[in-house]
Design a protein around this ligand. Structure first.
Ligand code: URP
Ligand code: ZN
Ligand code: ZN
Ligand code: ZN
Length: 463
């Protein structure tokens, strides 16, 4: 398969320049002006368009067993939806149950992911601690291409990691050259606030954000950062949703600590008024953790992205249909937490970020692809348009528009948190491993075509 993308503007994180891009097999083999191409090459006319590295969504949950049910998108439908939106690699999560072997869970997830249409790689959650976990973290890093471990500081009585687990796992990650990541919310506070609300008879979805105020997130972010500081490890904070958490990151970075932050497309543009809707299906469909916040927090997140204290954009794609969400109709704590977005992240961030002047196109590439590739050690295989990189590319039409709707999306779940939003800036073509998988609205995703991306440990100098 040989493809030449002609006449576009290549956008990398460091610069934008006019060039053709020649792909052969699954790699980029030439980038330059007026390239020669074999006669049999497929030609994509990119005039007036940008050619960017395929998006990397650092945070998805396909086929996740969670809160008594399983997410609606599996690894095929979820990665295919990503390809339609210009995302060619997802970073998903292996989440072992407490007491479960990390390796057993890892192999289970690898089996589920074999049907992926786009590339995938895994953070592995550490939900409990023992000598066996210590051992298995080593096997995962050495033999299975895992270099990031996730810690849920929330979800008490389920997958929450206590401080002992955090300290021991961060220490082990440092020893192995892996990066610890955290879902930062104080799970004990959330639990007590939930019980308090239920006791008062406040049982609907409007109670969800009341049980998870910004301070609950900030406490955990500060704690994780402090632990990382004492132990000398880097730390990556997933789905930063509020100004207070961002402040914690900014303070630590200003003192020279290696702290990274992730923003979700949803948190950047959706506010907490969704929980006040009289349509309870609608309100429940927005229940995710941390919750959507006020416009004040949205503004802070955009500044964090532009100013370099937030590094990646993700979705936390975790879709549940209305029937699944209705499990919590009498008790908001039983609503499966999660929302979608893998198909829409690139367009939402471009439309709200680049069209508004908040981000330049190069900054867009940095926060949708390059930083993720660098932080999680996939660079320069991913995250850059350059010779030798994977031919994961998105040809981006800055004038194209799309009105996002659950009725036209490829993702499952029957709901879209961005419903009705018209975005300007859409992929005209997506190439994954050199194959045209999306062209002018037509999805050509192939089940099983996705590859696992091994991510080697960092050298000791990184941490
Ligand atoms: O509500 C969410 N975010 N669900 C998925 C699990 C998690 O916390 O990331
Ligand atoms: Zn194995
Ligand atoms: Zn989370
Ligand atoms: Zn998540």
């Amino acid at each position: 398969m040989t493809t030449i993308i002609r006449g576009g503007t290549v956008v990398n994180a460091d610069r934008a320049f006019r060039a053709d891009v020649l792909c052969d097999g699954d790699k980029i083999v030439a980038v330059g002006e007026r390239l020669d191409a074999p006669v049999h090459a497929t030609v994509i006319d990119a005039s007036g368009q940008y050619v960017m590295p395929g998006g990397i969504d650092t945070h998805t949950h396909m086929q996740l067993p969670f809160m008594g049910t399983v997410t609606a998108d599996d690894f095929f439908t979820g990665t295919a939806a990503g390809l339609a939106g210009g995302t060619t690699t997802i970073m998903d999560f292996v989440i072992p149950n407490p007491q479960q072997s990390l390796l057993e869970a890892y192999h289970m997830w690898r089996g589920w992911a074999a049907k992926s249409a786009g590339d995938y790689t895994f953070h592995v959650a550490v939900t409990w601690w023992s000598e066996k976990v210590h051992e298995e973290m080593g096997v995962l890093v050495r033999d299975h291409g895992v270099n990031s471990f996730k810690h849920f500081m929330a979800y008490k009585n389920a997958i929450m990691a206590d401080d002992e687990t955090l300290v021991k796992s961060f220490t082990r990650a440092l020893e192995l050259g892996a990066i610890p990541t955290v879902h930062a919310e104080n799970g004990e506070l959330v639990f007590q606030l939930q019980q308090d609300l239920l006791r008062k008879g406040i049982t609907g979805p409007s109670a969800h954000p009341l049980s998870r105020p910004p301070e609950v997130e900030a406490e955990a972010a500060n704690r994780a950062i402090a632990i990382a500081n004492v132990l000398g490890t880097p730390v990556y904070i997933v789905h930063v949703s509020c100004a207070e958490s961002l402040d914690a990151i900014a303070r630590a970075r200003a003192k020279g600590q290696r702290v990274y932050g992730e923003a979700l497309a949803g948190h950047l543009v959706i506010d907490d008024s969704v929980y006040q809707s009289a349509d309870l299906d609608f309100a429940r469909a927005h229940v995710m953790s941390p919750p959507f916040r006020s416009k004040h927090h949205q503004g802070a997140l955009w500044q964090g992205l532009r100013g370099g204290n937030l590094h990646t954009t993700a979705t936390d794609h975790c879709t549940f249909c209305a029937e699944q969400k209705a499990a919590g109709q009498d008790d908001f704590t039983k609503i499966p937490n999660g929302c979608g977005g893998v198909e829409d992240r690139m367009s939402v961030v471009w439309d709200a970020g680049v069209n508004s002047g908040m981000l330049t196109p190069s900054e867009f590439v940095r926060v949708t692809s390059t930083n993720a590739a660098q932080i999680f050690n996939m660079y320069p295989r991913k995250g850059v348009v350059a010779v030798g990189a994977d031919a994961d590319l998105v040809v981006w039409d800055p004038e194209g528009t799309r009105t996002i709707s659950a009725s036209t999306q490829f993702a499952r779940g029957g709901f879209n948190v961005f419903e009705g939003r018209t975005v300007k800036g859409i992929p005209s073509h997506t190439l994954h491993a050199g194959n045209m998988v999306f062209a002018k609205g037509e999805l050509r995703a192939v089940e099983g075509a996705g590859r696992h991306v091994d991510r080697p440990a960092f050298t000791k100098t990184h941490a």
